[in-house]
Design a binder for this molecule. Structure first.
Ligand code: GDP
Length: 433
């Protein structure tokens, strides 16, 4: 019989409420023991005093039961909405741990059970992980679409097309002797648009990944061009994203921003200049590499400076900024002054517009796993198409490629080959998810 697990579902610390979640066949019995009262009907919140085994009051809480097949995990389950007091949470957790048949949940275990019960497929699990990690509106929109089955529905449509194509191929195999007319055009008419659609999805995956992981924008320029002053001026007026991987390394200062819903990291690096000092040269080389690897470069030129000698060839969309525009003799580019604030809004708007355009092709697919599964499906379809184009391809071979494409879509949803990747995916979840 499945074990019953429990864990806090809300972050630790003081808060208005804290939710403890239980899932498994002993969930309701555990609630009955805690309350010592008849259970409320499923999905109906009831206020109850929770007590430990000795009868000591733990907290007053809302209790909520879920019948098998109706809650997040698909199992018999319950939620206890406590006051968000660390002592209340600790007391209830201890009382649950003392009950037979109950144990604390592993990280991601609730979601894992939901997956095992078929409540979520793997793309939805990934959407949930992304949603919990979402910091900006664009990230939230994408993740929610995934959680709500956007990719699952698309994949179901693709599989239906594959099934139709296979049926035509199988008919050709089955009735070959009876001289059934070869319906290659009909098969091709199914395969070609599907191939194009998968290719488009894969093409959009890079954009989707930028939304998921964030864009990098490098501030580049000579030492004293005004990069740190500009970064500080932006930090002072924009909402910086709180993030656990915000980091100030010795060489690079990062500022994470929400620009029009897109996550953007501004990088301020060592100034670019020629130097005889080997340590500095290393820093400059690294800064140049990082600037080149960034999605976009904002190149600051102080009055009197130009691009020559920077060692940086600006891309077509890179932004030239005439820094310290409050001083005379401004350089070429968008005038910006960290001192007066002139041009900062225009600069941020320009960055936002460029990155929004780059994010636009994002489709439903993101992340290496999804992209790999879709690429396998695409490759199989391309082989099928090539066979169909040949004069006398054996229909068995076409059928095999269509089957392989279908298999890749099954893997995308986690219906096959899921075991080895599950650990990796659920490692992204914390306890209580
Ligand atoms: P970085 O080496 O590129 O990071 O340059 P800093 O931001 O440290 O600035 C170098 C010098 O230029 C400092 O003395 C700043 O006060 C000055 N500075 C930076 N931005 C401006 C500006 O917009 N206007 C004026 N007048 N001075 C600036």
């Amino acid at each position: 019989m499945a074990e019953t697990v429990f864990a806090p579902a809300t972050a630790p610390g003081r808060a208005g409420i804290a939710v403890i979640r239980l899932s498994g066949p002993a969930s309701w019995e555990a609630v009955r023991r805690l309350t010592g009262q008849p259970l409320p009907p499923p999905r109906r919140a009831a206020l109850r005093l929770l007590r430990d085994a000795a009868g000591g009051a733990l907290d007053e809480a809302l209790v909520l039961l879920f019948a098998p097949g109706s809650g997040f995990t698909g199992e018999e389950a319950a939620e206890l909405h406590l006051h968000g007091a660390p002592a209340a949470v600790a007391g209830v957790l201890a009382a649950l741990a003392a009950m037979p048949g109950l144990r604390p949940a592993e990280p991601g275990e609730f979601t894992r059970r939901a997956f095992a019960a078929g409540r979520l497929d793997l793309t939805q699990v990934e959407g949930l992980a992304d949603l919990i990690a979402a910091e900006t509106a664009a990230q939230r929109r994408r993740a929610l679409a995934g959680l709500r089955g956007g990719l699952s529905r698309a994949a179901a449509g693709w599989r239906a097309t594959l099934v139709s194509a296979r049926a035509l191929v199988e008919a050709e195999i089955d009735f070959a002797e009876e001289g059934v007319a070869q319906d290659r055009d009909a098969i091709r008419a199914l395969v070609a648009p599907l191939r194009a659609e998968l290719a488009r999805e894969i093409g959009g995956a890079a954009a989707a990944e930028r939304i998921r992981e964030g864009f990098e924008v490098a501030l580049a320029g000579r030492p004293n061009a005004g990069k740190s002053s500009l970064l500080n001026a932006i930090a002072g007026r924009e909402v910086a994203l709180a993030t656990e991987h915000a980091g100030t390394t010795r060489d690079v200062i990062e500022l994470r921003l929400d620009l029009g819903g897109l996550p953007v990291t501004l990088l301020d690096m060592a100034g670019l200049r020629d130097s005889d000092d080997p340590v500095e040269r290393l820093g400059v080389a690294r800064a140049r590499e990082r600037a080149e690897a960034a999605d976009l470069r904002v190149i600051l030129l102080a009055p009197g400076e130009d691009l020559a000698g920077l060692g940086l060839a600006p891309g077509p969309e890179d932004i030239l900024v005439a820094a310290k525009a409050d001083l005379p003799g401004r350089a070429e580019g968008l005038p910006v002054s960290a001192r007066t604030g002139e041009g900062i809004a225009a600069l941020l708007a320009r960055i936002r517009d460029i990155l929004s355009a780059r994010a636009a092709p994002a489709g439903l697919v993101a992340g290496a796993r999804q992209r790999a599964a879709l690429s396998r499906a695409l490759a199989a379809l391309e082989r099928a198409e090539a066979l169909l184009g040949g004069a006398a391809a054996a229909p068995e071979l076409v059928a095999e490629e269509l089957r392989a494409a279908g298999q890749a879509l099954e893997a995308l949803l986690g219906r096959v080959d899921a075991e080895e990747i599950l650990g990796e995916i659920f490692a992204r979840f914390c306890i209580g998810k």
